[in-house]
Write a protein that binds this ligand. Structure first.
Ligand SMILES: *Cc1c(COP(=O)(O)O)cnc(C)c1O
Length: 364
């Protein structure tokens, strides 16, 4: 059976090696006579799976000992509420709004305190990252919030904002493990795994210990109390066991190719192939400011709706799936996450060249 090149923004492509291994272990995980899906989350077998996943993630990202790693549920969107509930001590937070996910987080946080929008790029359809070197960070802000890679618009922070000493919180859903990051620059790093790590249903939260509190407001659901989750090793209740198991395999896959430096190099090579073509052809063009371009999500347009629809449908027929742009943006978007092989990007560019030739307005 032929697999397609899947450019979905999420849930998204996973490494074939990982899927094959999971397939082999499906009926009988390492001789224990059952699948990981059927195992008690309190069993020694599963404890090994979750402990190893955490250890590998710590090694990959260089997570210091004073940070907790949590495997939770609820998606990144639930975290839009969890963050303010857990971190708002003064009841104040600053948000930088660079896209729809940041905006949703900003709106959600307003239920729990005073929230300031200290920068935004909404004036130009989120096509750039604002200058964050000297923002009016609030004196009493409990944290400064960013969405580090804007999945829908295709921008990314190549430099982190100057938070003037305040705790930085980042939603990294669509750039998780895309390259090395300095964990110590953040108070909280979190994201859903279904973009760049694993199957939907798992959310990873990396939080500095001193941010965990015993004095949360009574209304905070126990499940959303990050201290309770940390104290219980992500097992206050049943965790998303199978998803964690797949994430663990993806961590090993990244280690096997050389870790996050190697991953980043691969991602840069892949993105360059696509961006070079976008910058040097007469039909397609990228939609965001060059210096803020994402390595993960690449939106592009033709500027002719009919031709764009034709492109998406012919691409699909040729084995390139999910290239239609986000419903709020239009055009096209190629998500080229960690697991997208370089061959997939090369093949896409060849296909685009062919389409360009066949559909040029005045051929010859
Ligand atoms: C997809 C996405 C979300 C939402 O994730 P859910 O798991 O669907 O809640 C949030 N933030 C970013 C950056 C995303 O890409």
């Amino acid at each position: 059976m032929k697999r397609v090149y899947n450019f979905s923004a999420g849930p998204a492509v996973l490494p074939e090696e990982v899927l094959k291994e999971a397939q082999e272990e499906m009926m009988n995980y390492r001789g224990c006579g059952m699948s990981v899906m059927e195992m008690s989350h309190r069993s020694a077998m599963f404890k090994e799976i979750i402990d190893e996943a955490e250890a590998d993630l710590r090694e990959l990202m260089g997570i210091p000992d004073n940070y907790k790693v949590l495997f939770l549920q609820g998606g990144a969107a639930l975290h839009f509420a969890t963050i303010p509930m857990n971190l708002m001590k003064n009841g104040v937070a600053d948000y930088i709004v660079t896209g729809q996910w940041a905006k949703k987080a900003y709106v959600e946080a307003q239920k729990y305190g005073k929230v300031n929008k200290i920068a935004t790029s909404e004036d130009k359809t989120f096509s750039y990252i604002p200058d964050c070197s000297d923002l009016p960070v609030s004196e009493d802000a409990d944290y400064v919030y960013i969405c580090q890679n804007n999945t829908i618009y295709g921008t990314t922070y190549h430099t982190l904002p100057n938070t003037k000493g305040k705790t930085l919180v980042a939603d990294v859903s669509s750039c998780f493990l895309a390259g090395p990051i300095d964990v110590e620059k953040y108070g909280v790093i979190y994201g859903g795994v279904q973009k760049n790590i694993g199957p939907a249903g798992v959310q990873i939260v990396i939080i500095r210990e001193d941010l965990l509190r015993d004095d949360l407001p009574a209304y905070v659901p126990t499940m959303l109390n990050l201290k309770v989750q940390a104290d219980n090793g992500s097992m206050y209740n049943t965790p998303p066991c199978y998803g964690i198991y797949i994430c663990g395999k993806v961590f090993k896959w990244i280690k096997s190719i050389g870790g996050l430096e190697a991953m980043q190099k691969r991602n840069e090579e892949k993105a360059a192939i696509l961006y070079d073509y976008l910058d040097n052809n007469s039909m397609f063009r990228g939609t965001v400011v060059k210096k803020d371009r994402s390595l993960m999500n690449v939106p592009f347009i033709i500027g002719d709706k009919d031709l764009e629809a034709k492109f998406v449908s012919e691409a699909k027929a040729a084995g390139f799936e999910n290239l239609k742009g986000h419903r709020t943006v239009g055009g096209m978007r190629a998500s080229i996450y960690n697991a997208m092989p370089i061959e997939g990007v090369k093949a896409l560019v060849e296909f685009m060249k062919k389409f360009e030739k066949e559909n040029a307005a005045n051929p010859g």
